[in-house]
Design a protein around this ligand. Sequence first.
Ligand code: GLP
Length: 249
Amino acid sequence: MEIVVAHDAAGVAVTAAAQVVELVRRRPTAVLGLATGSSPLGLYSELVRHVQGGLDMSQVRAFALDEYVGLPPEDRRSYAAVIRTHVTEPLGLDPLRVRVPTGIGDDLDAACCDFEDAIRAAGGVDLQILGIGRNGHLGFNEPGSLFESRTRVAALAESTRRDNARFFDRLDDVPTLCVTQGLATIMQTRTAVLIATGAAKAQALADAVRGPVSTQCPASILQRHPHAVVIVDPPAAAALEVNDRMLSR
Ligand code: GLP
């Protein structure tokens, strides 16, 4: 696991974007794993700058990590809408090559299997962008999720519902279920780039990077990923050991 402590949140975005840009230049049909939440928004904005400067992302294929059960893609609070607004449209991705797990339908289990098949058919994810929840979740793999888990319907932790209530009018409107790629799905990506900014993520990040590998902190599984890069700002790195922070650049 490589840990990069950037100067600030803007530096996190620039450093993470550089990884994506290098991949897309080398492989224009690269397969990206997309995260939602606030953490990757700076990275996506930085990529927009590169696209405006001539980077062509029209052949990139992408799979999003998760979705709320019950929200159709037209709903602005759905992750499908977030991906469309912050990634697909501004980066000029082909909407037919961007897939978000569906949270509506009669047979979500079958849809989850199809989603896994589609990732496999694409040859797997080259670079997975990840945020981390304050409870250490990856995607919507809440504490207790199995390391062997695949894309599935899962329950949201109450703390996650409270954290995400800011995107809804009231807490009661936050769905209780989600569809999320599993931890085993995430572990099969060739490169994983975890982004964290702000003091609220410091403890989860320290648990993920230096704590025991435990289902209580799902992100700790990344310690076993063959190529995981953790890019953070100083407040998010505050609970790391001095040795880790020495890796600053
Ligand atoms: C959300 C998403 C995750 C995201 C995390 C952190 O609920 N499901 O994929 O990484 O929680 O969100 P944020 O970046 O807004 O702190």
